[in-house]
Every structure is written in C-alpha cells, then in structure tokens.
Design a protein around this ligand. Structure first.
Ligand code: GAL
Ligand code: CA
Length: 338
C-alpha cells in the first residue's frame, strides 16, 4: 500500500500550514483570544459631573475609533456610582463576577482605593484609576494598578499665569480700585480631592511669586458644582459690593455658576474677571464670549484614548509591566484664552 505516503504528505502539508499561518510569534490560542471582544468596565464617581460626563462621551467615541484602527472589538460598560462608595463597591463586585478584562475606576473616596486594589488583585483583573488619584502607597501595592490623570499643580500654575499675564498687560482691568492688590474670591472643589487644595494654593502662589499682591475676600466649597457656586457668588456680591476683582475657580462648572450670578448684577457695578479649569464645552464658550478670562484645558479624548489603549495593552501583555513600570500616566494641560 502506497496510501500511507499520501496520508503522510497531506498531514505534513496541514501541519506546515498551521505553523506558517501562526508564525508571527503568536500561538493559536492567543490568536483566538484576540477575536474575543475586550471587556472594559468603567465606574464613574458621579455621572452628573460635567467634566466626568465629557470623559464618558469621549470613551464612547474613542472606543469606535480604536476598534477601527486595531481591528479588535471592545465592550465598554460605563456605570454611575452616584457619589456613593457603597454603590461603587457593588458595581466593582459585579464587574469582577462578570469577568471583565480590565476595570477602570473613578473612585468616589480616594482613601479607600486599597480595598478595590485588593479585590481586583484577588481576581487577577488589572485596574486603571482615573481623575481621582489614590494615595500612592495604595497604588503601588500591585503592579497591575495604574493611574491616569492630570497634574493638579500644573493646572493651578497655568491658571495663575492667566491672571498674571492679564495683570501685566493691563493692570487697571483687574486691580479695579487701584490699591495695588487683587481682591479675589475662591471657589473650591471637594475638600478631599487632590485637585482642590493644590489648585487653590498653586494658582495664588504663582500670582504672588509673579510680584502681584492679593487679598482674599471669601472662599467657598462648591464641590465642583454650578448651583452652590452661583449661590456663594450671589452672597459675596452683596457682602462685598464693587469690591471683588477676580473670581478664581477650581473648575469651569463653578466658574459658570459665578458667571450666572454676575449676569444678575445691576448695570454700572464693576465686573470681576473669572478664571476656570477643565475646558468643558460651556467653559470654552464662556471664554469665547469674553465672560471668562481663560481656562486650563484637560482633553477628555486624550484621557479616553489613554485609558482604552492602556486597557488593551494590559490584557495583551499578560501581566507583564507596561512601559517602564511607572504606574502614572499624565495628561497634559493647555491654556485656553481669547
Ligand atoms: C477634576 C475636575 C472637576 C471634577 C473632578 C471630579 O479634575 O477639574 O471638574 O470633574 O475632577 O473628580
Ligand atoms: Ca484692588
């Protein structure tokens, strides 16, 4: 019988083609794995936060773009914790149970990140924290935990520069009573947030180190939100009529609250300058209209792209550290002014 020769050569051909077609350094199992959609679960601290909701939209956009570019399907499930750590904890449990490949967390309470890291580590699911920065000693507990965010100090300094530049250009447009000092009020974000204290301090420090004197008339914690900030500014305008020369705000939403309060003041009263941070769409419009001196942009699409790219790398690298093993990825800021 010569048939065995034919069988053998057929077998050889089959084996050779298997080897040939999977010869780009990947096993068949890995190739098959790439056909499965990548499952990314995202938990937002609260969906009605303007800047966070812009990141949500950007995630949806960038997901489609990245799928096209890389030819790999992605499922991105976005959940809203409604500012409750216990809701967020159960969302994370749910994502772990449903076998998500990567979990991205905009942690409600920055001080409890270690519990979340513990859970994800047990389940072997990589974690990407974003925008709300965990304490460093927690983050470095596991080499599959990362943080993507913007540097608070950079944004504060750039905001200070905006004011300084305007002062140098035309001091009389800020120092309205010409006493050589800028009388300002400060709208602050959540007290435990890394961005609030650092932005508050570094913005003012930049102005003072630039050689301009300042005097704070009032401060209020608006928790990033428009409405409470509007109420603060209304109150301050009554208490300090014609005295406020500058409204410094830790973000654009609170700055817009201030602008809404300023729109209510009678003609003829002096209008302070307003500065914000984030570059939300309404923030940018307020700058274009001249109602805000400027803002400091943090691009939500850059955030989203970094998050999705990192998620993909984490899954494909099979627990090998990404890049140089540094768990921090920083999104740069840009100035936006008229
Ligand atoms: C800040 C941002 C705020 C708010 C906050 C939520 O970086 O400037 O507008 O979105 O994050 O964590
Ligand atoms: Ca003054």
């Amino acid at each position: 019988m010569k048939n065995w020769k034919i069988y053998l050569s057929m077998l050889f051909l089959i084996l050779a083609s298997i080897l040939y077609f999977s010869d780009d350094g990947q096993s068949l199992a890995e190739e098959k794995n790439q056909e499965k959609p990548l499952k990314i679960g995202v938990s937002l601290y609260r969906g009605d936060d303007e800047f966070i909701s812009s990141i949500r939209h950007a995630l949806e956009e960038e997901k489609l773009a990245l799928e096209k570019e890389t030819n790999r399907k992605m499922t991105v499930k976005i959940l809203d914790s409604k500012n409750s750590q216990s809701i967020q904890n159960s969302q994370i449990d749910q994502l772990v149970r449903s076998d998500y490949d990567v979990i991205a967390v905009n942690v409600v309470d920055r001080t409890v990140a270690s519990n979340i890291i513990y859970k994800a580590r047990q389940a072997g699911i990589p974690l990407i924290f974003f925008n709300r920065e965990p304490i460093q000693t927690d983050l470095i507990q596991w080499n599959q935990a990362y943080y993507i965010g913007s540097k608070a100090q950079e944004s504060g300094e750039m905001q200070g520069e905006l004011v300084l530049e305007q002062y140098r250009l035309a001091p009389e447009t800020i120092d309205l009573n010409r006493d050589g000092k800028i009388q300002y009020v400060m709208l602050e974000g959540e007290e435990v947030h890394q961005d609030s204290l650092i932005r508050t301090e570094s913005s003012i420090k930049t102005i003072v180190e630039g050689g301009v004197k300042v005097e704070r008339l009032a401060r209020g914690v608006g928790n990033w939100m428009r409405q409470p900030s509007k109420e603060f500014v209304r109150e301050w305008l009554e208490k300090y009529p014609n005295q406020i020369e500058l409204v410094m705000s830790n973000n654009d939403e609170m700055a817009i609250g201030a602008i809404e309060a300023l729109r209510e003041i009678p003609e003829g009263m002096t209008l302070p300058h307003v500065v914000g941070i984030d570059g939300t769409s309404e923030g940018l419009e307020a700058v274009d209209r001249g109602e805000m001196l400027g803002t400091v942009r943090s691009d939500p699409n850059e955030y989203a792209r970094e998050m999705l790219t990192l998620a993909k790398q984490l899954v494909e690298s099979n627990e090998q550290p990404i890049g140089n093993g540094d768990p921090y990825i920083w999104i740069p800021h840009q100035l936006y002014q008229k």
